[in-house]
Design a protein around this ligand. Structure first.
Ligand code: G1P
Length: 286
């Protein structure tokens, strides 16, 4: 099997939960302290062996491309001033990593976004999908773990974690088979079920490794009631043909698509900085 070297980043969402900030800033550029969400996602991908980044964008998302551009003038200025710590901050992407931007055209859902990457993926090639607003802090690279399980089983592989009852209807939810250490074969998957209909409390989070065959499946998928094409429907079809595995996330995830998750993620990272930590502790104790 060909090595997995391409990752798709659907970044065409409107970020309505963060208006007015997202009028001019894509939600993927919102920072956790000083580093944008998309930068964290890209670093995770590169550390897992990804060499080609495929961004599925919408109009007015040029800032994401700008973020990964080298800034030769500023770089030269910092170099001349011997400010190497600032030069490092400008290096948002290693030179050998290729970037591709594909416009989504219309906001027709995650399944539709992934379908736009079809021309970039070869026959029998597997690829990753990363949703940057699922911000993950983990010892083991979450995408790397998915890739290993996908390569072992030669099938689509997704990341899951246990979610609380009140949040279950915001996720794709799986029915696991028997767990083998941290992963299981999926025997059912439903997009955003009611608590009553949920087949377990394992919600799908924004890391996927998919086979090229997902594109033909996506083309057969029907729009849902919100006029969107859901990736979950395609995953359901793959589950019944070539199989679907789910890996339990080992790490902490923050849903930065929500304001609450975004604030907690910032707090979590701030607390890792000893200087901030004492200030935050002081602030909270007062
Ligand atoms: C999407 C997927 C859903 C998944 C979630 C993870 O939903 O459709 O299956 O559980 O991402 O973040 P969205 O958050 O785009 O509504």
């Amino acid at each position: 099997m060909k090595k997995i070297t391409k990752a798709v980043f659907p970044v065409g969402g409107m970020g309505t939960r963060f208006l007015p900030a997202t009028k001019s800033i894509p939600k993927e550029l919102l920072p956790i302290i000083d580093k944008p969400l998309i930068q964290y996602a890209v670093e995770e991908a590169i550390a897992a062996g990804i060499e080609t980044l495929i961004f599925i964008t919408s109009a007015s998302k040029h800032a994401i491309s700008d973020h990964f551009d080298p800034m030769p003038d500023l770089r030269a200025k910092f170099m001349a001033q011997n400010k190497s710590h600032l030069v490092e901050k400008l290096d948002t992407l290693p030179v050998k990593i290729q970037r591709v931007f594909i416009p989504q055209g219309a906001p027709l859902g995650l399944g539709h976004a992934v379908l736009q990457a079809e021309a970039m993926i070869g026959t029998d090639e597997m690829f990753a999908v990363i949703l940057a607003d699922d911000f993950i802090q983990a010892e083991t690279n979450p995408l790397q773990r998915l890739i290993t399980v996908a390569e072992t089983n030669h099938s689509a592989t997704i990341s899951v974690e246990e979610v609380s009852d009140d949040r279950i209807s915001s996720y794709g939810v799986i029915k696991p088979s028997e767990w083998q250490s941290d992963y299981t074969r999926v025997v059912d998957i439903i997009e955003k079920p009611s608590l009553k209909m949920a087949p377990s409390n394992f919600g799908v989070i924004g890391r996927y490794v998919l086979p090229q065959s997902v594109f033909s499946v996506l083309k057969e998928t029907q729009m849902d009631n919100n006029q969107e094409y859901q990736l979950t429907d395609a995953l359901n079809a793959l589950m019944n043909s070539s199989g679907l595995q789910a890996v339990k996330l080992a790490g902490q995830r923050f849903d930065c698509g929500s304001q609450e998750g975004f604030v907690l993620a910032n707090l979590h990272v701030a607390m890792q900085n000893p200087e901030f930590k004492s200030q935050i502790q002081n602030y909270l104790s007062n």
